[in-house]
Design a protein around this ligand. Structure first.
Ligand code: ZN
Length: 114
């Protein structure tokens, strides 16, 4: 028996954001951003977007990091007008966080292997 309500997630790729170093790929790569929307379906009709999540990810390895709504809106605005967030303070602040996380992961990975 199938339930009346179903939940579905749709990921949308919104295109290039910038070029930056990726610690997973160990080289400079293209980063993209996207939106994940969770929908509730009543019978077969898409009804309500329940939740939206925003993220930025490395194109070659797919390593993704969450963006808050404010960051996402800023990224979207800058990409629309300038084509990328390269050479902006926004990029600096986002990648400071991403690189810290990635380095932590790389360190943990090596400790686990030892
Ligand atoms: Zn990567």
């Amino acid at each position: 028996m199938s339930s009346i309500f179903n939940f579905e997630k749709f990921a949308q790729n919104l295109g290039n954001v910038c070029h930056s170093y990726c610690y997973q790929c160990q080289c400079k790569t293209t980063w993209k951003f996207g939106k994940l929307t969770e929908w509730a379906r009543l019978f077969r009709i898409k009804t309500l977007p329940l939740k939206k999540e925003y993220f930025i990810f490395c194109e070659p390895c797919g390593d993704d990091h969450e963006l808050d709504t404010m960051e996402f809106k800023k990224v979207e605005k800058i990409v629309k007008s300038l084509g990328s967030i390269d050479d902006t303070h926004l990029k600096e602040s986002i990648f400071k966080r991403i690189h810290q996380k990635q380095q932590k992961f790389v360190k943990t990975f090596y400790i686990d292997k030892a």
